[in-house]
Design a protein around this ligand. Sequence first.
Ligand SMILES: C[S@@+](CC[C@H](N)C(=O)[O-])C[C@H]1O[C@@H](n2cnc3c(N)ncnc32)[C@H](O)[C@@H]1O
Length: 262
Amino acid sequence: MARHRRDTYYWRAKDEGYRSRAAYKLFQINDKFNVIKEGDTVVDLGAAPGGWLEVVKKLTDGKIVGVDLRRIKDIEGIETIKGDITSDVTIKKIIDLVGEDGADVVICDAAPNLSGNWSLDHARSIDLTTSALECAKKILKPNGHFIVKVFQGDMFKDYMDKVRENFSFTKAYSPHASRSESAEIYVIGKKFLTAPLRRNDKFDVVIKEMGASGDGIAYVEDFVVFVKEAEKGEAVKIQITDVKPNFAFAKVIERGEEQSSD
Ligand SMILES: C[S@@+](CC[C@H](N)C(=O)[O-])C[C@H]1O[C@@H](n2cnc3c(N)ncnc32)[C@H](O)[C@@H]1O
């Protein structure tokens, strides 16, 4: 079955003129999660030979930048950088090409050199995907999206948590075009968070007003936080339970003295 699947996508890529069978993974991820849209600026990390870049070009007429350690053969309308995504020099080059508005989407199919030793390959993959996440955080617009390939293993959960801290929606997904015996999985992060707080952060706040749904409203650096079961004027210690692009939710973990809410 695995061999049959591999052959199907391999031959389909040949027939349809894509540089790699990986192209179908991106089509399948995008069909399911609607990440790349017309007009988007997209950065592809670990892009050679360029199958994903060819797919991106079909999905958007916005700016497209591909980066890889290896040279990427020219594709009309796509800028390429030969560089290491873990290096600040490369990130600076990406920022120069993308412009100060930032990218709508960062995708990363980069893979470390595989040794065949499962735990070593997993550790190298986590290292590379952590760099990809750091790079994405520097180049994404607020509310931008991220797709990254990860080799699964015992550090996967911690990596998911890191992605979850930075995006409003996070999901792990295995597209049909991934080989069934492969350890790879794709993590999709949607709506990059630029809020000054993260899930589980704790703050001392005063409830300034009441929201329409009955939650108290507090502010952390002007960012709105809806606090369950809190009343106007209360001084409370809160813990953030969920972060959305423009507001967050929190629960009370300690109650203090009542204060003036002015
Ligand atoms: C599986 S291929 C990508 C295939 C591509 N998505 C496509 O559809 O053609 C993985 C790529 O990651 C690149 N890569 C690995 N580590 C990298 C790094 N530190 N910086 C840049 N590229 C890297 C490799 O050179 C390789 O070309």
